[in-house]
Structure formats: structure tokens, C-alpha cells
Design a protein around this ligand. Structure first.
Ligand code: HPA
Length: 279
């Protein structure tokens, strides 16, 4: 069996031969947020099942394509559909595309995710700029990885979400008159949703939102040296004393409420990056 480093090289080599575009920004589109890809002028659309060693997407609301193209003139590679631990993949599989995006040359990673709001001030359809996270998943994507060619074995996590990108996203949102929240994202395994007591616990721990993704990708992004920005779409608000039932259908529909704003912020950030040089 090939090692992870060799598998990443294989996949990146295949993709280099499939698209001449060298991406500057990697984009991961979360549940119900695949529509953000409408803002990409697509050069190549590569189904996941053609990419060596790539897992295949199974979850509703996700398409399985890697897109090479431009947004406001900026070269991007975007995952239309991501992998989740709850689908049965290992966290190494879940985060494999992050390593590939880096190997292809991307320096910035923009992640969009659906999340349940825990902060009582949040509303469905809000955007939360993630400032930090609490990892409550049982596994870690770096467990067992000793190959230093993949990055440091013990990546620093004192600033996992890039301060300058957070400030930049906030400024762009303000200029576009799009209200944003800031907060801490707690990652759980899923796929079952939270009980009222779990919801209370997450809030007491200091989380503003909860989701089943993002954190494994951010950990690997740190290991490989990405500067990362995460915009979470608040698809439901969970209040421990007034819990409402949540369905995946609702999550997908409500992610659609935040999708245009997330797309606008992303597009404008990339437009200004192209105009004013590197952030
Ligand atoms: N909990 C966990 N993950 C989620 C939620 C939630 O309430 N909403 C969207 N993803």
C-alpha cells in the first residue's frame, strides 16, 4: 500500500495533468452550500471518482467534483462536496483533499460549513466567521502520521484561523452591508444531532456553533501551512431549554439562506485580493 505522501503526490500529479491552472485559493463548500460554485468561472470540472486515492461523496446536498477555475480573476480549486467522518471515512480520507490543494500550490483555504447555532443571539441564516474551535471528535486526522514531508507532527494551534483573513472578511462584509457574527465552532462526530443536555454542555464549554466537519480540515490545513478562513452558515439555532427538531432537509434549505451572502463575501474578498495584491 502507498504511503499518504505518495498518494498525495499521485493525486496532485493527475490533477496537474488534468488542469493547467495553478490555484492560489482552495475552497471547500459544505452541506447545502454547493451553490457557491456558481460564482466560479470553471475551467475544469473533475469528478472525485476519477482522482487517484480520492474518496467518493455520499451525502445529500453534496456534489462530488473538484472544480478548477477563477473567481473575480483569482485562480481557485474548489471542492463541490466534502467528506465527513459520519459517512464512514477515516479522518485521513476526509482531509486528503486539503493536502492535495496545498500540493497544487494553493496558499489560502476558504471553508464554508453548515452549523447549528448555540449562541442565543444567533438566527437561522446568519453567517458566523469562525475565530476558534473546540475539537470534540474522537479521532484526529494526524493520528499515526510520522512522515515529516507531510508537515510537522505537532502543529501549533495557537492561531488556527488566520487573524488577517478574519479581519478582511469582516471588513468586506461590512462594506457589503452583510451582517456577520463571530464565534467558536465545536466539532462533533454526528450523524445523530445533539440532545438538549449536550447542547447545554457545548454552550457551557464556550461554543457558539456546532457542526460535524471543518475541524479535521483546519487541523490538516495548519499542518501543511495554509492560511485558513471559515465561514459557517447558521442553519438552525439550538437552545437547550427550547429545543426544536432538526432535519437534514431543513439544514440544507436553511444553508441556502446564507449562501448568497457567503458567495458575495467570498467573491469580493477575491476581487480585492487580485486588485490590491496578497492579503
Ligand atoms: N448540530 C450539528 N451539526 C449541524 C447542526 C447541528 O445542529 N446543524 C448543521 N450541522
Amino acid at each position: 500500500m502507498k504511503g499518504l505522501y505518495e498518494s498525495v503526490q499521485d493525486a496532485a500529479g493527475f490533477l496537474r495533468s488534468s488542469s493547467a491552472l495553478v490555484p492560489r485559493v482552495g475552497i471547500i463548500l459544505g452541506t447545502g452550500l454547493g451553490g457557491v460554485s456558481a460564482r466560479i468561472q470553471i475551467n475544469e470540472q473533475i469528478p472525485y471518482n476519477r482522482i487517484p486515492h480520492f474518496p467518493e461523496s455520499t451525502v445529500e446536498g453534496h456534489k462530488g467534483n473538484l472544480l478548477f477555475g477563477t473567481v473575480s480573476g483569482c485562480n481557485v480549486v474548489a471542492m463541490q462536496g466534502r467528506f465527513h467522518y459520519y459517512e464512514g471515512y477515516s479522518l485521513q480520507q476526509v482531509t486528503f483533499p486539503v493536502r492535495i490543494m496545498k500540493a497544487l500550490g494553493a496558499e489560502l483555504l476558504f471553508i464554508n460549513s453548515a452549523a447549528g447555532g448555540l449562541n442565543p443571539l444567533f438566527r437561522t441564516g446568519d453567517i458566523m466567521i469562525v475565530t476558534d474551535h473546540i475539537n470534540l471528535q474522537v479521532d484526529n486526522p494526524l493520528r499515526g502520521i510520522t512522515d515529516e514531508r507531510l508537515g510537522p507532527r505537532f502543529p501549533d494551534m495557537s492561531q488556527p484561523y488566520d487573524c488577517e483573513l478574519i479581519e478582511f472578511a469582516g471588513k468586506v462584509a461590512l462594506d457589503l452591508k452583510i451582517p456577520v457574527r463571530y464565534g467558536v465552532y465545536a466539532a462533533v462526530d454526528g450523524p445523530s444531532l445533539e440532545t438538549p443536555s449536550e447542547t447545554r454542555m457545548l454552550r457551557m464549554l464556550g461554543a457558539d456553533a456546532v457542526g460535524m466537519s471543518t475541524v479535521p480540515e483546519v487541523i490538516v490545513a495548519r499542518q501543511v501551512g495554509f492560511r485558513t478562513l471559515v465561514l459557517a452558515a447558521v442553519t438552525n439555532v439550538n437552545l437547550p431549554d427550547a429545543m426544536e427538531p432538526i432535519s437534514m432537509e431543513k439544514v440544507i434549505t436553511n444553508a441556502g439562506l446564507a449562501e448568497p451572502d457567503i458567495s458575495d463575501v467570498l467573491e469580493e474578498m477575491l476581487r480585492r485580493t487580485m486588485k490590491n495584491g496578497p492579503i
